[in-house]
Design a protein around this ligand. Sequence first.
Ligand SMILES: Cc1cc2nc3c(=O)[nH]c(=O)nc-3n(C[C@H](O)[C@H](O)[C@H](O)COP(=O)(O)OP(=O)(O)OC[C@H]3O[C@@H](n4cnc5c(N)ncnc54)[C@H](O)[C@@H]3O)c2cc1C
Length: 523
Amino acid sequence: MSDRLCLPRVLPGLHLGCRGQLAVVGVHGPGRHPAAFLGKPVADRGDNGRMAAHDGREASRGPRPSRCREAGRGAGRPPRGRTRLLAMAARLASNKNGRGSVRYVVLGNSVAGIAAAEAIRRHDPEGKIDVVSDEKAFGYSRAMLPLYIAGKKTKRDTVFAPRDFYSSRRIRLHQGQTAESVDVLTQQVRLGNGKRLPYDRLLVATGSASRTLDVPGKELQGVFLLRRMTDAEAIKRHLRSCRGPVVIVGGGLVGVKTLEAMAGKKKEVHLVISSDRILSQMLDRTASDFFLRAFERHGLHVHLQTDVTAFHGRERLEGVALSDGTRLSCDLAVVGKGVTPNIGCVRDTGVALNQGVRVDTRMATNVPSIFAAGDVAEPVDVLQQRNLPSTIWPSATEGGRIAGLNMAGVPATFSGALRMNSVEILGVRAISAGVWEGGEQLTLLRPDRPLYRKLIHADGRLDGFLLLGDVRCAGVLTSLVKTRAEVSVQALAKDRDRGFSYRPRLYALGGSIQTGECGGMRN
Ligand SMILES: Cc1cc2nc3c(=O)[nH]c(=O)nc-3n(C[C@H](O)[C@H](O)[C@H](O)COP(=O)(O)OP(=O)(O)OC[C@H]3O[C@@H](n4cnc5c(N)ncnc54)[C@H](O)[C@@H]3O)c2cc1C
């Protein structure tokens, strides 16, 4: 298929290629398999003993029936009483009852599900692919919703899988249909309309849902979550009819991006955050302080270490009460207090769950023929070497693609989830990956301009980095963290050829290299 799906580059600075991969330099050394960096031979990781090519590319082509196998490390053990049930499911999974084509069912029509469907169709031209979505929209980018609210992107701009994506790949899309439950014995998905969809391979890519703020008044008109296009449309509509201040609750990606969207609306805007910094999942104190000062300059009000204790109003929102006793009047509130994985349809099925669905490096669950990817899945984390939620776009893209390949019988391994993110706030970019505290710190800080680069080195490896202002070499650094390649502090500071040199630019800019904690930067 020549017209490949090009997923949008949602993370400025982290380039997603047409196959949704990070465009990074020198990811794997010659002859090394990505799984080798995780410290275990591939065959030990539930790959049915077949070696995958580098970077998850296929080692052989064509769909193959899945086999009954031991669950890979990290996929979790089923409760004892379910062992027989799982064995029966395994027998069913390996038997297509003489039918010619494989029936694939994908639950969730967002980035993970779409990347999987794309990978399946590439390698199995005959298979029957059904994608089930409880939304009515075609595949769109949630990361762009704040830009849509801001009026900087149209609804159409957010769509990365339009109608003809499905028709040209013969994918049947069930829009506005909820997958209520999965029967692993008969291998069927029960839909909200009562229909049953039989499957040979199932992908759970149901993503996550926004956490609600459980305080009085949360149901008032004017209090919104922001997860779906319908939320963004409702916020836009409400904005047209309200003149008063806006309160945003939560300093994560959703909160900060919404804050920026509101900044251009000539409104009084307040950001209420429980912690002492914004984007605590990706910034340290220094970087957060930089952006907080920028917010102040733009007239945006930030309330740190404070919670919303109630929303007030009769039918419509009129104000919020904060835990420090402050009362803010407002017409609109957007809550971004984290997410919970949508695991409802696989609860009590024998599929191993933590907060999300546990998967091995093939994105396979412990139940034969059932895979999971995206926000709902818990893959093995590169640094912590255990199953953890990874609710970011790059994990969903790559996890979905790897799941799709394995579902189509093409062995591929996910090299592991890595905490990383990239944002552009008020024109300044920041990118981080891995960890950005602890270890030996190599810091470049320019006090009089937005320039801050910090590398965390431990045990001969780069454990993470944080770049602000100058985000060059983010791809190289990401690959160093992800592959767990050995690199010395000296090499990080000196090596010009590989593009992460500090000294030449340091002299040019007159900044300082420090190890240990650093001070602030002016902006
Ligand atoms: C406002 C916003 C900004 C973001 N910004 C960034 C960013 O800058 N960088 C970044 O990395 N990530 C960002 N994210 C997160 C990113 O969008 C998610 O990681 C990504 O969308 C996860 O994709 P997914 O395919 O796993 O699931 P989702 O995108 O959550 O999609 C899952 C789909 O499955 C559907 N579904 C759920 N249950 C069922 C069911 N039972 N039956 C049928 N359908 C079902 C859902 O309705 C949804 O359509 C942002 C998210 C939001 C909301």
